[in-house]
Design a binder for this molecule. Structure first.
Ligand code: 4AD
Ligand code: MG
Length: 477
């Protein structure tokens, strides 16, 4: 007999049909009503047990968390809260769940408690909704780029180069911790390591993606990236997923257009395809907001926020304009910022980004043309000689969601920059080759996938939008 999912049955009107389904018990009331969930939707299906004709030994094993198989008839429900239910004719316990020990009880658990039980938290409504939306967003990413003629490119995960030049990398090594091979000068002899050199987990697939864009035209990566920065914030992970499109012949304006269209498109996909989950998450957020002081509550609910982003233009502002705004704004003058903005050249912190987005412009903002010395080596130098064609997309509640740029395509300018930063040119010989052979204007950006999931689901902490978060002092599971 065909095995149905709860999602299929809830949208079915084939009443009186005999059906079979499997799932996990969420609650069991009055020895009669099972709320069954199988992950296919946030909704449970009500299964009504004929307890008088059911073995008592089975009834007492129908507890929260147990896996069961149900056979029964699909009928219209007379009860409140659902339109259909299953009249159970046969029930089988597939896997018991000890109610005394099972941590996920039908009550509200704190997100911190659930993080410690990340292997079980997916059994809650909140986490199943978040992870279904995450999955839908991932599909929307591939759909968007495929439909626009991009090729999916897999950058290497183990690499010898530091794309961002920030030195925040995790080393990959098979050397014996307790017995490092040494050079004559006493230093560790990395030539004896597995790859014959120092290697790390990638911080970004960009440099390799550039080489592919220079042949395939339009490519994008979507893979894990790793950063060993000691940031314990609600927006940083040590292991996160990044989407990095790279397009030959695109300049910075094209790049901004692409980032805006892309973000709107994938969020719009979830608005159309994740209605139940988003409705649940919106309600969850409303409850959470109630416990906040009035001045910290958001003036838009989740769906309004998502629709706002999809339907409005992102504001494009140069770094120089942004600095003028920040220098003269109230929190700066009243010394409310932790980092005060005194002069042009200052690196923007998340408090400044969020001020611009949430208080000043009240919409997503794309900042561009940053000072060269606060950005990576590969960005194209402007005619002014001091700014580069960089862009950051800033979002409410999140801050930076995208970082990108037009790339420096001129070999001599790039080489000079590499020399200034004391980067070893020999390490980048293959990257420089793209500037020697058929170089051209090109641009790309990186979108932090978890920050996108965070924005779309309204979750406050990035650790709650990836199945098993990695952050300093934590690599459990
Ligand atoms: O701004 P970033 O460092 O840019 C790059 O890596 C470029 N190579 C991208 C490119 O041009 N192809 O990172 C890009 C984005 C950030 O805007 C942010 O959304 C996310 O990646 N990100 C993080 N997300 C979670 N945890 C972290 N530690 C992150 N660091 C960056
Ligand atoms: Mg950045």
């Amino acid at each position: 007999m065909k095995r149905y999912t709860v999602a299929e049955l809830l949208s079915s009107t084939n009443f009186l049909n005999e059906v079979t389904l499997n799932g996990w018990v969420r609650t069991f009331r009055a020895n009669r009503f099972i709320a069954l969930n199988d992950g296919s939707t946030i909704k449970n299906i009500q299964c009504v047990v004929d307890f008088e004709n059911t073995d008592e030994n089975i009834l007492k094993r129908i507890t929260t968390g147990a896996a069961i198989k149900v056979k029964g008839t699909l009928v219209e429900s007379l009860g409140k809260g659902q339109s259909i239910e299953i009249q159970v004719s046969e029930i089988k316990i597939l896997g018991e769940s000890n109610p005394e020990e099972y941590p996920i009880q039908p009550k509200k658990h704190s997100l911190e408690f659930l993080r410690e039980n990340a292997h079980l938290r997916i059994r809650t409504n909140t986490f199943s909704a978040v992870m279904r939306v995450r999955s839908a967003l991932a599909f929307a990413v591939h759909k968007y780029f495929t439909e626009k003629g991009f090729y999916y490119f897999n950058a290497p995960i183990i690499t010898g180069s530091d794309a961002e030049g920030a030195g925040e990398m995790f080393r990959v090594s098979t050397l014996d911790y307790n017995n490092f091979p040494k050079n004559e000068d006493g230093k560790v002899d990395t030539s004896k390591d597995f790859f014959g050199k120092t290697t790390n987990l990638t911080v970004s697939g960009q440099l390799e993606a550039e080489t592919y864009a220079m042949a395939l035209g339009k490519v994008y990566t979507f893979g894990p990236t790793f950063r060993a920065e000691n940031s314990n914030t609600t927006r940083h992970l040590s292991e996160f997923w990044m989407i990095e499109p790279e397009v030959a012949f695109n300049n910075l304006d094209d790049n901004m257009d692409l980032s805006e269209d892309f973000i709107k498109s994938v969020i719009n996909y979830t608005l159309k395809n994740c209605k139940d989950d988003l409705a649940f998450l919106e309600n969850r957020l409303l409850q959470e907001e109630k416990s906040k002081p009035a001045n910290e509550r958001s003036d838009m609910n989740l769906l309004e926020k998502l629709n706002f982003v999809v339907n409005n233009n992102f504001k494009r502002v140069s770094y120089t304009e942004a600095i003028d705004i920040l220098r003269n704004c109230k929190p700066n003058k009243k010394k409310k910022f932790q980092y005060l903005i005194n002069e042009w050249g200052a690196d923007l912190q998340s408090e400044h980004e969020r001020f611009l987005v949430e208080k000043h412009f009240k919409c997503p903002v794309i900042l561009f043309d940053y000072p060269a010395n606060i950005k990576a080596f590969y960005m194209r130098l402007n005619e002014d000689g001091k700014t580069v064609r960089a862009m950051d997309v800033l979002f409410p509640g999140i801050g930076e969601i995208v970082g990108g740029s037009q790339r420096e395509e001129r070999l001599d300018v790039l080489k000079q920059k590499i020399a200034e930063l004391h980067i070893d040119e020999k390490e980048l010989w293959w990257y420089l080759d793209t500037r020697k052979f058929g170089t051209a204007v090109h641009s790309g950006f990186g979108l932090g996938f978890e920050r996108l999931v965070q924005f779309t689901t309204g979750m406050g902490n990035i650790r709650d939008v990836i199945p098993y978060p990695r952050y300093p002092q934590n690599a459990e599971f």
